[in-house]
Every structure is written in structure tokens, then in C-alpha cells.
Design a protein around this ligand. Structure first.
Ligand SMILES: [Zn+2]
Ligand SMILES: [Zn+2]
Length: 169
């Protein structure tokens, strides 16, 4: 979506709201396409004493696979955007400013860039995800697998004795 700001530029104190959805379902991240649902974008551009300020937010639900246990899960993503717009750069060094093209701002580009930059490289279904057993591949979040049988308390006592003996040597 392109937003026409030609009137707002001359209207100190004015603001223009916007609301649209972006389809980023084709974007590929490491072979996956996590932005499976529409990205809902809302915000406003305000003229504050001649400076154009864009404030908005992109919201979507990501469809991810956990990097530890491989299980599919969904997670809400919110990306705030707060930036200045200008018709031309007064300071070449300032790349925080989004340039207008012919009095219009390309909101698709602004919010697509923000969402891509906000994507995490790693996704874990939960902080305490136990991952997969390296031996049998079982999801350890579902409970211990057969590779780790409950230790018979008698053997546990023997193991302690052996450990103690070894550390005494
Ligand atoms: Zn996990
Ligand atoms: Zn196992």
C-alpha cells in the first residue's frame, strides 16, 4: 500500500491513519515459510511541526517448527515501527529516515523490511523445551524415552560407590 502524504506535508498538526494487510506467506526463511497468515498493519502518519512521524505496528501469527524438538507451534509476532519520513535527506548519514517518493510512502516496503529484520534466527517452542533424545529421536517433552530407564535404586547405590572409589584413586 502506498500512502499519499502530499496534503499532510502542508498541514501542521494533522495526521493520516492507515490500516491494511500484507501477504508475506511466500517469504522463505531457511527453507521454511513461517509468515503463513496475513500480517495486519495499523498506524498513523502525523505532521508534528513540519516533521512527518510514522508510528505503527505489524501483527501476525507465525507458524514455526521448534529447533530443539521439531514440533510445530504458533507464536504471535508484534513489530512496532516508529520512524521519520522526509522528502529528501538533509543529512546523508541518517539512514533512519524513510524517503517519500513523489509525496507518497511505500508502506508495504516499510513494514515488510521491519518484519523481516524482526524475525528470530532460532525458534524454540518453550524456554525449557527438552528437545529430542539423540539416541532414539523421541520427543523428551512427552516424558523420558526407553533409552533412559528409571535406575533401579540398588544400582544407583552401587554406582555411587563406584564413583566414590574412582574419585578416591
Ligand atoms: Zn521444542
Ligand atoms: Zn531415547
Amino acid at each position: 500500500m502506498r500512502l499519499n502524504l502530499r496534503d499532510l506535508i502542508r498541514q501542521d498538526g494533522g495526521s493520516v491513519p492507515f490500516s491494511f494487510s500484507l501477504d508475506l506467506s511466500d517469504l522463505d526463511f531457511f527453507g521454511a515459510r513461517p509468515i503463513a497468515h496475513p500480517v495486519e498493519v495499523t498506524g498513523t502518519v502525523s505532521n508534528r511541526a513540519g516533521a512527518l512521524v510514522l508510528q505503527g505496528e505489524a501483527v501476525t501469527t507465525l507458524e514455526l517448527n521448534c529447533d530443539r524438538c521439531l514440533r510445530a507451534f504458533s507464536r504471535e509476532m508484534r513489530v512496532p515501527v516508529d520512524t521519520l519520513l522526509a522528502e529528501e535527506l538533509e543529512d546523508e548519514e541518517n539512514d533512519e529516515i524513510v524517503l517519500l517518493e513523489d509525496g507518497e510512502v511505500d508502506l508495504d516496503e516499510v513494514f515488510t523490511t521491519a518484519v523481516v529484520l524482526a524475525m528470530d534466527v532460532k525458534h524454540v517452542c518453550s524456554e525449557d523445551c527438552k528437545g529430542l533424545c539423540p539416541t532414539c529421536g523421541a520427543n523428551l517433552n512427552d516424558g523420558p524415552c526407553k533409552c533412559r530407564p528409571e535406575i533401579d535404586p540398588r544400582f544407583a547405590a552401587l554406582a555411587q560407590l563406584l564413583d566414590k572409589k574412582e574419585s578416591d584413586d
